[in-house]
Design a protein around this ligand. Structure first.
Ligand code: FMN
Length: 285
């Protein structure tokens, strides 16, 4: 099992020690052109998690490749680049551009940002377009809404090498006094504790229909939470919102996971992968 950060939840260049405490660093999503993102406020805390409406603010693929990538590679941590876009060709062009970069171990296709209005083509079409333009490992990052198992099946058939589950779900918070939205964009993506059962269900259902390795994420704050995702079928785990509150979370979660594994009689994390699927349970379609 590898411990990763969730895309957009760690700035490795301002917190290099945190990045080095992970097995893999995943970049914030990069789009073909620079984006300023959505108007402020772009973050709102709620009592069940965090809302964000960053809107894929990033320097664009050209500047990313000419400057950011070399700085990130200097960290000495395996690097995954999160790729976003607004058409299959957008994604595929960025994948082709990154294919030649030896510093990059894998590409994670962000097929699921809730904070942009432009509707991309189907996830499977995007994966197929990218597959034809890169030999790098391709992870498809999916949202938990809709029929996630069906999408998982389709992206596997289209040539994905892995799944990243899950992105945020749409949410909103109102200011208690003004009764106006707290986020500048109105709605945003909900992450953190509220997402934990949603992520578990997505990992569990996708494990049953796809053979692909799964990076599980969504509300992981402790080693026990990581163990639950493994049991549901994740092969790796990522920390997102937890990193904002606790930069020491990677070290702590790893230590807690060791304890939790031992308490369940597992010697290694791999032994826990998918154990929630054994025994009787009500079959879901
Ligand atoms: C502030 C913020 C920015 C994010 N930016 C991205 C992004 O650029 N690309 C992406 O695929 N996911 C992005 N996400 C979603 C996370 O990668 C992750 O899927 C989600 O937050 C669930 O994990 P968590 O509950 O542990 O935070 C972002 C999440 C937050 C909170």
């Amino acid at each position: 099992m590898r411990l990763l950060n969730a895309s957009g939840c760690l700035d490795a260049l301002t917190a290099p020690e945190v990045a080095r405490s992970l097995d893999v660093f995943v970049t914030k999503t990069v789009t073909p052109l620079p984006r300023e993102g959505n108007p402020p406020d772009r973050i709102a805390e709620t009592d069940v998690g965090m809302l964000n409406s960053i809107g894929l603010a990033n320097p664009g693929i050209e500047r990313f490749c000419s400057s950011t990538l070399a700085d990130l590679a200097g960290l000495g941590v395996p690097l995954w680049v999160s790729v976003g876009g607004f058409s299959a060709d957008d994604y595929a062009a960025s994948c082709e551009r990154l294919d030649e970069r030896a510093e990059v171990e894998a590409l994670e296709l962000n097929l699921s940002c809730p904070n942009v209005d432009e509707a991309p083509e189907s996830a499977a079409e995007i994966v197929a377009a990218c597959r034809s333009r890169t030999r790098k490992l391709l992870y498809a990052k999916l949202a938990p809404n809709g029929d996630v198992a069906e999408v998982a099946r389709a992206v596997e058939a289209a040539g994905a090498d892995g799944l990243s589950l899950v992105n945020t779900i749409r949410g909103m918070a109102l200011d208690a006094t003004t009764l106006r939205p707290r986020l500048g964009r109105g709605v945003g993506g909900l992450s953190g504790p509220a997402l934990r059962p949603v992520a578990l269900a997505a990992v569990f259902t996708c494990r049953r229909v796809a053979e692909l390795p799964i990076v599980g994420m969504g509300g992981v704050e402790t080693g026990s939470h990581a163990l639950e995702l493994l049991a549901a079928g994740a092969t790796d785990v990522a920390l997102g919102t937890a990193l904002f509150a606790d930069p020491d979370a990677p070290r702590r979660v790893r230590a807690e996971l060791e304890t939790a594994l031992a308490a369940h009689g597992f010697e290694r994390a791999d032994e826990a992968v998918g154990v929630a699927h054994s025994g009787d349970f009500v079959r879901i379609s």
